[in-house]
Design a protein around this ligand. Sequence first.
Ligand code: MN
Ligand code: MN
Length: 458
Amino acid sequence: MELEYKPKYVFEAVDDKEADEIYRFCEQYKTFLNYSVTERRCIKKGVEMAKERGFKPFDEMKTLKSGDKVYAINRAKNLILAVIGKQPIENGVNILGSHIDSPRLDLKPMPLYDDSKIAYLKTHYYGGIKKYQWTTIPMALYGKVVTKSGEVDIEIDGEDYAFVISDLLPHLASEQMKKTMTEGVSGEQLNLIAGSRTNNEEESIKENILKLLNEKYGIVEEDFISSEFEAVPAMKTRDIGFDRSMVGGYGQDDRVCAYACMQAIFDCDPEPEMTAICVWADKEEIGSMGNTGMQSKYTENTIAEMIELQSGSYNDLKLRRCISNSYCISSDVAAAFDPSFASVFEKGNAAFLGRGVVIEKYVGARGKSGSNDSSAELIGKMRHVLNENEIVWQFGELGKVDGGGGGTISQYVANLNCNVIDSGVALLSMHAPFEVASKGDIYMAYKGYKAFLNKFVK
Ligand code: MN
Ligand code: MN
């Protein structure tokens, strides 16, 4: 009997064949991540992949029977995939919930201006960022513009040409360098350089940019007011390290978990015992608000619709019973122990890169404030399923007590009286323009989520 707990490392625990499978899985993940740099693009790619695997639009279903695969889209930014199980939906479902929004710079409603013959786009940051990290890196720009006559999608991927935020040269930065890192670069200094050419003395640089935008996209300045532009790092994903054991890329919080959840529902039992549901939520980084965020009724509404379609009748009690009997993995990234910044972690309870998928009993801040503190019973159930299915996993907490804090979607799902546990992939440099994850952890998240969908039975 093993008395002492000894953590495992993924690449020490798997054989050569599985190690190859891990690298293969992550190649496909990298392709997904390169494309899916905004919520809208995530949904587009996710739906395309679901359709290829036989998922049908839910609103076109006439009946719902065991083995049916459906998808439902909420306002282009929130997706539900479901594989209908053998048991009636009102007995409970197994939910994998992740989020597909990531920290970024949104354009302000009236973004374009010029100063000293440089054209700029003013931004308003979205989510928790360290502002100085977003200067002097190439940025891409993705927008949906509602014009007088229709909609225009503007997608500038930053390969051919890009945008950039300037920072001060060290030679003149003596005052700036005395400031704290919060103040060194301010929100109003996060202005994207967007042009510098005028063609004659009368024309302003702003006029020239507006002319170019009108020629290319048919938009006028007022159209910016009814647009959503997201500036994101124009950096393709890359393998990290001589051993290529990690993935570096933008937006891995939380698209790494979203991808693992999606692949898990694609590969779960064709007729699982309980209905399997994968939810991709928006707006987690700003508090899960809004009608596409996890605090919206969309997931409940969709389950209610499913109950009605399957059983021919609906009452609110059926939905309440279903959710009370349901299980949910709140699938979000965890902070990986960083040896270069060891002081903020408590080594005995931190998550480590390469030790497999992370289970977190709680997140939150201070005295677990804002946390869905999962029960011992639920963690026990999860632990046994992971162990029985030979999945390399670890536990973790966000950092030292009173070191800071953070939240996930778990509290909002748990408040519906659902059984919710936090579990995800550990990241280095979370919320930075370029985040790092271990390939072994990504694969073990996928495997763990698949086991959850197949084995969690009422
Ligand atoms: Mn997250
Ligand atoms: Mn986050």
